[in-house]
Design a protein around this ligand. Structure first.
Ligand code: GLA
Length: 723
């Protein structure tokens, strides 16, 4: 009998087994089962699939065909592996065998890295130790189990217990092997201004790989993936999620092998990774959060919403309503002074906006994006006074005050660069790649982080500040650390991310009441790692209501609504030139953490009245929007006429249905929007009209949407259950 290690959650089971030869095999992950799944394993003599020496003349045991828990290179598995190492001579490979495992109460955490957290009684941890006796390497696989939430997290510790250096060339955090199944992959690709577009593709024979080598998790591929059985829909079928709590280079791979077995895995990008591990040292791999649903994609998303909202996000604003803000970026860009900002704030405060966020351009010499980054002192001439004076004026209007920063960057045209040119990533004797005319500071160096942190803290301490927008506006290149004595460059990109996390952790410790919003040219660093520090992230620089629907739809698969920074901006929209009504813009922006990003002095009186109403609506609905359950009612890849989504309170007594028309036609047919998540045995009253609808009718037939011969109409229906 095989020794089994079984993890149980309320609705799922995860099982590994230790083979007679000491290999840790993956047996099962999916719907809850009882018993020993080692009966699923089959043994055949497979040509060109090598056999471990210890198997003697038995040619049916091969790592190339058996499901692995943590596949590593060098053991005869020719699929993509999770782990590889080299020694100082450049010899690759490792032979990991099971040593021991144990279980403890509570959820593990990870030094210097974001991790899911839970109360002692909400989680347990299982650690499985593997070792290579020859290479003197120990690998500890960590599993954090949150039974109520049906979540299992994974992380890995690598320990050099020998007396020579080793280099980790690949270290993924999570692998899943499936013996059987026909799958699709759902991934979220994009670009600046168009992030997280959902694409569903069949898993094919061979290896498909997605990821980022940009230094951030990136606009181009989000570190969240779903593997779904072919027939899986929003409400039906098996699907698995993997979310990486990490904000830098990563890779996700899916591979269908020669025997139609499927492997998915995720972790740090191995390209250019070569992590030097000295004798006695340990390496901590970032965490992957896995979840399984046998009831389709909606349920899987709702698991991640709860996980991230309650077990990843932290801070004073984790569960409270975020202030409704006005940001001056699209209102002014760099063309402002203190007076203009105060005028924007005044009009906004009269309409009920609760916070003014001063965006890029308040510091150093920064009247365009070619200079000033790195010089974190207030440009008092431009601001017509000190920051405290501006902030006081805003506070006198009854508003909070927020500030934009971009700590990881430097312009060559700055005092900082003149003083410390070696603090920027550049390769000696080579001209660096510029992007937005800026270079990236070497945040792998503590002294750099110290300096920038102290400069920014001095500014924050000088005025009353309740919010920080932390931006990051380029991809990283020219990776080289000028730190004296530095030898191994295969570590830097990871240490850079650790430096960013260190900066953020210091911010949270020093300013526990400040709300930090993440940002990277909009949603270029929108990941569960960032959300550990910043409970919301500016979702995209694209503020066009219609395109935002697709962006927010894709984002909703892996991230809670509260995480999505979303604003009403001016029309014609600055990114697309499209015109939509202020009502439509507000309905879309309310599916997030709500705000405005335009000069409200410039809109009509009628629109000002609309803004007042919107603010009241958001205050009324935010709890339902952030804490209720979110349902996608349309798929933008299929439904091109109408977009719709609804929120339902957990007790199903309240629902908010949102609909936006995407096209307009002469003599148009009527669309019916089927709601989701309502109680079919309840009657719901539509607050606006008093009309009563049967829950079963709303769910099974749908709500008729009025035909209006006008583009981009939006509706918000608020239903209250009668009993
Ligand atoms: C990025 C952000 C914008 C704005 C600008 C300022 O693009 O996403 O919201 O802050 O930087 O330079």
């Amino acid at each position: 009998m095989m020794e089994l290690i079984t993890l149980q959650t309320e609705n799922t089971t995860y099982q590994m087994g230790v083979s007679e030869l000491g290999h840790l095999l993956h047996l099962y992950y999916g719907a809850k089962i009882k018993g020993d799944m080692s009966c699923l394993l089959t043994y055949y003599d497979r040509g060109f699939s090598g056999n471990p020496y210890e198997a003697g003349s038995d040619r049916t045991i091969s790592m190339d065909a058996l499901p692995q828990e943590y596949p590593c290179y060098g053991m005869g598995d020719y699929r993509s592996v999770a782990f590889n190492m080299r020694d100082e001579q450049g010899v690759f490979g490792v032979h990991l065998k099971y040593k021991e495992h144990h279980k403890t109460e509570g959820k593990y955490d990870i030094v210097g890295l974001p991790a899911v957290y839970a109360k002692e009684e909400e989680a347990y941890t299982v650690e499985v130790m593997l070792e290579d006796e020859e290479a003197k390497i120990e690998v500890i696989l960590k599993y954090g189990v949150l039974p109520k939430l049906d979540v299992i997290t994974r992380s890995v510790v690598v320990r050099n217990v020998g007396d020579t250096k080793r280099y980790i060339s690949k270290v993924y955090s999570s692998t899943l092997d499936f013996l059987t199944g026909e799958f699709d992959l759902l991934h979220f690709h994009g670009r600046h201004n168009m992030e997280r577009m959902m694409e569903r593709v069949p898993v094919i024979h061979g290896n498909q790989s997605f990821g980022s080598k940009r230094g951030t998790s990136s606009h181009q591929h989000n570190p969240f993936f779903i593997l779904a059985e072919k027939d899986t829909t929003e409400e039906f079928g098996s699907c698995y999620g993997m979310s990486f709590l990490y904000s830098g280079n990563f890779r996700f791979e899916v591979e269908k092998d020669q025997y139609n077995q499927t492997r998915i895995q995720m972790g740090l990008l191995d390209e250019m990774f070569d992590y030097e591990l000295n004798p006695g040292e340990e390496f901590y791999a970032p965490e992957v959060a896995m979840a399984y649903s046998k009831e389709g994609l909606t349920q899987l998303s709702q698991i991640y919403h709860k996980l991230i909202r309650y077990h990843v996000c932290r801070g004073a604003y984790k569960e409270t309503r975020r202030p409704i803000l006005i940001n001056n970026w699209e209102a002014t860009y760099f063309d402002f002074n203190g007076e203009k900002i105060v005028n924007i704030a005044r009009q906004a405060s009269e309409l009920g906006v609760e916070m003014l966020v001063l965006d890029d351009g308040w510091f150093g010499k920064r009247d365009d994006d070619n200079s000033g980054l790195g010089d974190w002192y207030v440009n008092e001439k431009k601001m017509n006074g000190t920051l405290a004076e501006v902030s006081n004026k805003v506070h006198e209007m009854g508003m909070k005050f927020g500030l934009w920063i971009e700590p990881e960057m430097v312009n060559e045209d700055s005092d900082l660069y003149k003083e410390h040119p070696d603090w920027a990533f550049t390769i000696p004797s080579r001209k660096p790649i510029r992007s937005r005319n800026q270079l990236v500071l070497d945040f792998s160096r503590k002294e750099v982080v110290d300096h920038i942190f102290n400069q920014i803290a001095t500014v924050i301490d000088s005025a009353q500040i309740e919010y920080i927008k932390m931006d990051m506006n380029r991809s990283i290149c020219d990776v080289y650390s000028a730190l004296e004595g530095y030898q191994n460059y295969g570590k830097i990109m990871h240490q850079y991310v650790l430096g960013v996390y260190d900066f953020l952790e210091r911010m949270l410790n020093r300013y526990p009441n400040i709300l930090i919003e993440g940002c990277s040219g909009g949603g270029g660093r929108f990941d569960a790692g960032m959300l550990y520090y910043t409970p919301q992230i500016w979702c995209s620089d694209n503020t066009d209501a219609i395109e935002r629907i697709t962006i927010q739809h894709g984002t909703s698969f892996g991230y809670p609504i509260s995480a999505v920074g979303s604003h009403v901006s001016a029309v014609p929209n600055h990114q697309t030139g499209r015109k939509t009504s202020i009502h439509t813009r507000s309905v879309v922006a309310m599916a997030g953490s709500f705000g405005y990003e335009l000069d409200l002095n410039l809109i009509s009186e009628e629109e000002k009245e609309a803004v007042k109403t919107q603010i009241e609506s958001y205050k009324k609905y935010w709890n339902l929007i952030h804490n209720g359950e979110y349902y996608r009612l349309h798929n933008p890849n299929i439904h091109t006429e109408m977009a719709a989504w609804n929120f339902v309170s957990e007790d199903k007594k309240e629902a908010l249905v949102n609909v936006v028309s995407l096209t307009t036609h002469g003599n148009a047919p009527v669309h019916y929007v089927k709601c989701k998540g309502l109680d079919e045995n309840k009657q719901y009253q539509l607050e606006e009209t008093g009309e009563v609808y049967d829950g079963s009718m709303l769910v099974n037939v749908g709500l008729p949407i009025p035909v209006i011969p006008k583009e981009y109409q939006a509706w918000q229906y608020h239903f209250i259950a009668l009993s």
